[in-house]
Ligand binder design. Structure first.
Ligand code: ZN
Length: 161
């Protein structure tokens, strides 16, 4: 069960561990960028720390606006008996759609590279007992800032504006 107030209790996740996981998501984001896509990457880790799935935003590559990084990682992980204790790691604050996925399947924790270039649904997730670890990672922020500067129209299309 979730504690009464998850915002006031420390997350036992070690920051070094969180950053090591984030590196997987960053590698995915860079792979997406190399393919001409939007540089957002994600990975789903099991309660035991095992990598279950990884992926990146494929809106451009697949001509599929629903293929977000978190969704790609989630689908790559296949069916899991339970999502309790799992961690979704993403380079960017998750949009409403991916935040909904986190809640729908009961993913316990979200590690976020940055929320400076886009503030998604992570406050809402925290309010509903999902553990949020926001790393304020410079590399993730630079990746998105550069991409948005170079491709404003594509980015606005991705966030539905
Ligand atoms: Zn999304």
């Amino acid at each position: 069960m979730q504690p009464m107030d998850p915002l006031d209790t420390p997350d036992p996740l070690d920051r070094t561990q969180a950053r090591a996981w984030l590196a997987t998501a960053v590698a995915e984001a860079r792979a997406g960028l190399a393919e001409g896509g939007i540089p957002i990457g994600a990975a789903l880790y099991g309660a035991d720390g095992a990598l279950l799935g990884r992926g990146h935003n494929r809106r451009v590559q697949d001509d599929d606006p629903s293929m977000h990084a978190e969704t790609a990682a989630f689908r790559a992980a296949g069916r899991q008996r339970t999502y309790r204790g799992t961690t979704m790691v993403t380079t960017l604050s998750p949009c409403w759609y991916c935040s909904g996925l986190v809640r729908q399947f009961g993913i316990s924790r979200v590690v976020i590279g940055e929320a400076a270039t886009f503030h998604g649904g992570h406050d809402w997730l925290a309010e509903h007992g999902v553990r949020i670890v926001l790393l304020d990672d410079e590399e993730c922020t630079a990746l998105m800032r550069d991409f948005i500067n170079d491709n404003p129209a594509l980015w606005n299309e991705d966030i539905g504006e």
